[in-house]
Design a protein around this ligand. Structure first.
Ligand code: F6R
Length: 609
């Protein structure tokens, strides 16, 4: 949440920063701003505005230029989205400029102190205090001043600070919110996300928590934040994503692009991991021996939002295939209920971005209590991936759209491989293992076929665009996919969508069924097929329209509309069934004129609580 970017080097910083913000806009898009050290010697110049990066481009004066600068795209926490609350914030003299991602939890007290000292605050934000605290610091260097200022704040931050009196220098620091340095040829960049850097360099350094960096065009130096600063030796690593992967190309939006990329993403996720000889999976990154596997008594999966639903899907797969009790829980709740952490439990943490604060906090709580935790993460080099140390990368490629699509399907695939691997060490027979390996190998092609049926799904979606409420129901295996389907619809179309276990409908929600309440029923071709057709009959009997999403042959006329998908291995059907639900949500949202990549109130990568 919130994107920050900084540049120092020989180029004009303004276009570099605007390009960086454009790439980071998915992290927040309610206001944006830029500050540069004026090339004409006029100190710090700031341009900022409520709205999008495109609005900022229009607001930047033509003569604004400088070799050092910082910029920000905001997802509001403290203070409404407005020009005055947009970052960068400056001190009263206009000398220090800061951008901040995170939350200063003691900002009320700090703001009151500053006001009592006669400082006129220019915004309602928690972040502004940092500019004033740095300006009032007696530290000799900018880094000293930032250290001193940050020692007074509580909460989380990724910050970049610049000082008009120290041209050609930026100071960046992190606690809880990501900061990455980009090392170029006689130029340096700083950002909350590699997306802002890839166009300029592939060499990056991910700052650790409580680390601070001073950055000039010639290089960088890093050290720890505490009272006794110790320098840290950090060598750059190469990033695995090419700049082109962050480009929209010919696609209308990133969600569309990412849905379309799913066959390739799943193929990459599977590549080199299916063990045909032993009908198992080869998951070296997990770092566990067969003996370790044997000792596992439970599996607990943790993630937020769609990653939590993928965790539910994985729990079902693990319990079914490996016969190990497994369940999923929202990572956001985990640490607050003082969880019992059991040494015989394998904890699996799921995150596309690898930066979700709630998920990271769950990992830290688990590690503190001695739990064995592995990560299933998309972003290589991300905080959660580094904190876990072991696990599986999704290899789905960058996911930019706020709505998770290919990360959800590849999480399902990664967890199916984990379930297979765990199962084959236990009671899953070689014959069943072979069937599952076959089923996994077919997924890229099956998903491609679902995507090829887009027009039919789009037509059905448009037919229901007037609905104000919708149910999504599924049983057992299909229940997590129903939850994810409802999540997709509500977040990008703003239509109220509620997911229910199909078996629970008659215990209450059936009262809501009427001709204005369509229900999407997931009907996998499995042992519960007749139960699901029974559910459809019950809904129809109450006049409710039914959209059946199925890989089974349903009797003609059973459902109002049918979305057919290729027949998958029954354990993998929640993965294939979830793909048409993405297309359904996407086309319904477009029919309502929504901006699917920038849904209101949301942002990708939730790095605040
Ligand atoms: C929904 C969505 C969110 C994320 C959640 C976790 O489409 O994208 O619910 O799934 O915020 O994000 P990650 O996976 O980055 O930890």
């Amino acid at each position: 949440m919130c994107g920050i970017v900084g540049y120092v080097g020989p180029r004009d910083a303004v276009p570099v920063l605007l390009e960086g913000l454009h790439r980071l806009e998915y992290r927040g898009y309610d206001s944006a701003g830029i500050a540069v050290e004026d090339a004409g010697g006029g100190g710090v110049r700031v341009a900022k505005t409520a709205g999008r990066v495109a609005d900022l481009r229009r607001a930047v004066p033509d003569d604004m230029a400088g070799a050092t600068g910082i910029a920000h795209t905001r997802w509001a926490t403290h203070g409404e989205p407005s020009d005055r609350n947009a970052h960068p914030h400056v001190d009263a003299a206009g000398r220090i400029a800061i951008v901040h991602n995170g939350v200063f939890e003691n900002s009320d007290r700090l703001r009151a102190q500053l006001v009592a000292d006669g400082v006129a605050l220019a915004s309602d934000t928690d972040s502004e205090v940092l500019a004033h605290l740095v300006a009032r610091s007696t530290g000799e260097t900018l880094e000293d001043a930032v250290r001193e200022a940050l020692a007074q704040v509580e909460g989380t931050y990724g910050v970049i600070v610049m000082d008009a009196e120290r041209p050609g220098e930026l100071v960046a620091a992190r606690r809880g919110s990501p900061v990455v340095l980009g090392v170029g040829e006689q130029e340096m960049l700083v950002a909350s996300d590699v997306a802002a850097l890839v166009r300029y360099t592939q060499q990056v350094i991910y700052l650790d928590d409580d680390e601070i960096a001073t950055v000039t065009a010639d290089g960088y130096r890093t050290s720890t934040m505490g009272a006794r600063a110790t320098s840290t030796t950090r060598s750059p690593t190469s990033i695995d994503a090419a700049s082109a992967e962050y480009e929209l190309g010919d696609h209308p939006d990133f969600m569309y692009k990412e849905m379309r990329e799913q066959p390739d993403a799943v193929d990459r996720c599977l590549r080199g991991r299916l063990d045909h000889r032993f009908s198992s999976a080869r998951l070296d990154g997990v770092g566990l021996t067969p003996q370790d596997y044997q000792r596992i008594r439970r599996v607990k999966l943790l993630g937020c939002g769609s990653a939590y639903y993928a965790g539910q899907l994985g729990a079902q797969l693990i319990e079914e295939l490996a016969r190990i009790p497994a369940d999923a829980e929202p990572a956001s709740e985990f640490r607050y209920r003082n969880p019992v952490v059991d040494p015989d439990t394998l904890y699996v943490v799921l995150s596309q971005s690898g930066e979700t604060l709630d998920t990271l906090a769950a990992v830290q709580e688990l590690k503190r209590k001695g739990g064995h935790v592995i990560g299933v993460v998309n972003a290589v080099g991300s905080t959660i991936a580094r904190e876990c140390g072991h696990g599986l990368f999704l290899h789905a490629g960058p996911e930019v759209s706020v709505a998770a699509t290919k990360s959800f399907t590849t999480m399902g695939v990664a967890l199916a491989m984990l379930a297979l691997d765990l199962g084959r060490v236990r009671d899953l027979s070689i014959t069943e293992g072979r069937r599952l390996v076959g089923g996994l190998s077919q997924l890229p092609d099956q998903i491609a076929r679902i995507l090829a049926a887009e027009d039919e799904i789009a037509e059905i979606a448009r037919k229901y665009a007037d609905a104000r409420h919708m149910f999504f129901v599924g049983r057992v295996r299909a229940w997590p996919a129903a939850r994810e389907g409802a999540q997709k619809l509500k977040e990008i179309s703003y239509v109220h969508a509620e997911a229910y276990q199909a078996s629970e409908l008659k215990h209450g929600p059936l009262a809501l069924i009427n001709p204005e309440m369509p229900t999407v029923v997931l009907v996998p071709d499995d042992e519960l097929l007749t139960k699901n057709t029974g559910t459809i009959e019950e809904i129809k009997a109450r006049g409710g329209p039914v959209i059946a999403v199925t890989d089974a042959e349903l009797p003609a006329g059973l459902a109002t509309d049918v979305i057919r998908v290729p027949k998958a291995h029954e354990a993998l059907s929640p993965i294939t069934l979830s793909v048409p639900l993405q297309l359904f949500a996407y086309h319904l949202a477009h029919a309502l004129g929504r901006d699917v990549d920038r849904p209101r109130n949301l942002a990708k990568s939730v790095t605040v609580e």
